[in-house]
Write a protein that binds this ligand. Structure first.
Ligand code: MN
Ligand code: MN
Length: 454
């Protein structure tokens, strides 16, 4: 008998009740996503949702017991949600789901303000892997915080309300693009050209840099910030606006930041909704898009210290707890795109609507720089998903030696925890507006519940 791996299309398999659940679940996700454009936004939204469900802040060393619902926020940018189970944590370990909540964007430089051609601009430094040409001539919103002398913080969010202005990066008109058109895609738009227009009305009487003077005056009046305060800020431009349904049938969602909030949201809802006696942890990590370095990234000791602290709080040996823990590194993968079929290997690609995709390994150059999950770990997940009737698929990112990618999986596996990647397939990953399937999103939620309940 010839073996042929046939994926199931969740929309085809779903009954009326499931179809309704798929579209209802997507509405909750869209609200979450709109409120969570940055890692700070996502951490704050998760905290709010957790508090509404009775979750309490946790500090290292706190006494804890079965049934506790806790959260730990690492410097406003990385949140851990924890459900303490009644099962023996030494024997069962912790079920960890780890997604990241930072997304590619344009950060402001420390000295961002300049004026040229009667326009005032903010200079940016891109964060994560972007195709620079995609960030010109689209509506941008400004998000972030400014720390004032003495430590007081101002939160900034401009461009998301219907009545808000937006910000804009120009591109060359086709009439004068003869030379630009001959350049490779990667170098046609230099990073130093990604300067966003922020103002154009000059200060009266001022001869030199009158627009810059006017915008600085306006910023001082509105936010109490001076030019020097940009040096102690974290501000970024992200695509403005709300997630939108795609297609006449509304099967898909277009939005900024699906990578990786489309996995962060399901792991959170699974933690909230599952029926499990195990101790469960959902991680919203920062800094994944720049390599997981830094104090709020998954290479930081904080996750290790947290597992240690929770273990001790329950009177368990942290070494034993880690060894018996299991982790789903919940991160997106590439969805097969018929327009660029030649970069995918069709038998091992992930397809829209066929469910969350289990990815045994990412990496590049012969599986370098990856957590390559064991057959046992993949088997454990397969049993969990199949027992729960989850529609899921398995796939690689793309053809061998054509590129590659990484996730937080290897950093958690390096702590001695069995880890496997799984996530929602995304079209146009890292573009200002990415596309996912509502069915795949809901499949991820069901898969994470199945993992928690396994
Ligand atoms: Mn990702
Ligand atoms: Mn990414």
């Amino acid at each position: 008998m010839e073996y042929e791996y046939k994926r199931k299309n969740f929309y085809k398999e779903a009954d009326e009740k499931q179809l309704a659940a798929i579209s209802e679940y997507a509405e909750g996700y869209k609200s979450f996503l709109f409120a969570s454009k940055t890692e700070r936004g996502a951490s704050a939204t998760a905290e709010k949702l957790a508090k509404e469900r009775g979750y309490k802040p946790y500090t290292f060393g706190d006494k804890i017991k079965a049934g506790d619902k806790l959260y730990f926020i690492n410097r406003e940018k990385n949140i851990f949600l924890i459900r303490v189970g009644s099962e023996d944590v030494s024997r069962r370990g912790i079920k960890i789901m780890a997604a990241h909540v930072d997304s590619p964007r344009l950060d402001l430089k420390p000295n961002p303000v300049f004026e040229d051609g009667n326009l005032a601009f903010f200079k940016t430094h891109y964060y994560g892997g972007i195709k620079k040409y995609q960030w010109t001539t689209i509506p941008l919103a400004l998000h972030g915080v400014v720390v004032l002398p003495g430590g007081k913080k101002k939160t900034v969010c401009v461009g998301e309300e219907e009545s808000d202005p937006i910000f804009y990066i120009s591109d060359l008109l086709p009439h004068l693009s003869q030379e630009q058109n001959t350049k490779p895609l990667g170098s046609a738009i230099p990073a130093e050209n990604l300067n966003a227009i922020v103002a154009a009305i000059p200060e009266k009487g001022d001869e030199e840099k009158a627009v810059k003077a006017a915008i600085l005056k306006l910023l001082h009046a509105k936010y109490g910030i001076e030019e020097i305060d940009f040096q102690t800020s974290e501000l970024c431009f992200v695509p403005a606006g709300k997630p939108k349904d795609v297609g006449f049938d509304r099967a898909l969602i277009s939005a900024y930041g699906h990578d990786d909030k489309v996995c962060a949201y399901p792991e959170m809802t699974a933690l909230f909704d599952c029926d499990s006696k195990d101790t469960i942890m959902a991680v919203f990590a920062d800094k994944e898009e720049t390599g997981s370095d830094g104090v709020t990234g998954m290479q930081s000791r904080v996750i290790l210290d947290l597992i240690d602290s929770i273990s001790r709080g329950l009177g368990a040996d942290p070494i034993l707890v880690r060894y018996n823990s299991k982790c789903v590194s919940a991160d997106v993968t590439a969805a097969y795109d018929p327009a660029y079929a030649d970069v995918y290997e069709k038998r091992n690609a992930s397809y829209i609507n066929c469910g969350a995709s289990l990815t045994k390994y990412h990496g590049a150059r012969g599986k370098s720089s990856t957590n390559d999950a064991s057959a046992e770990m993949v088997g454990y997940l397969r049993d969990a998903f199949d027992k729960a009737g989850v529609i899921w698929q398995t796939g690689e990112l793309g053809k061998i030696d054509i590129g590659g990618g990484g996730t937080v999986a290897k950093f958690i596996a390096n702590l001695g925890i069995d880890t496997c990647d799984m996530g929602v397939p995304v079209l146009s990953m890292h573009a200002p507006y990415e596309v996912i399937s509502k069915a795949d999103l809901y499949s991820m939620h069901l898969a994470m519940i199945a993992f928690c309940e396994a």
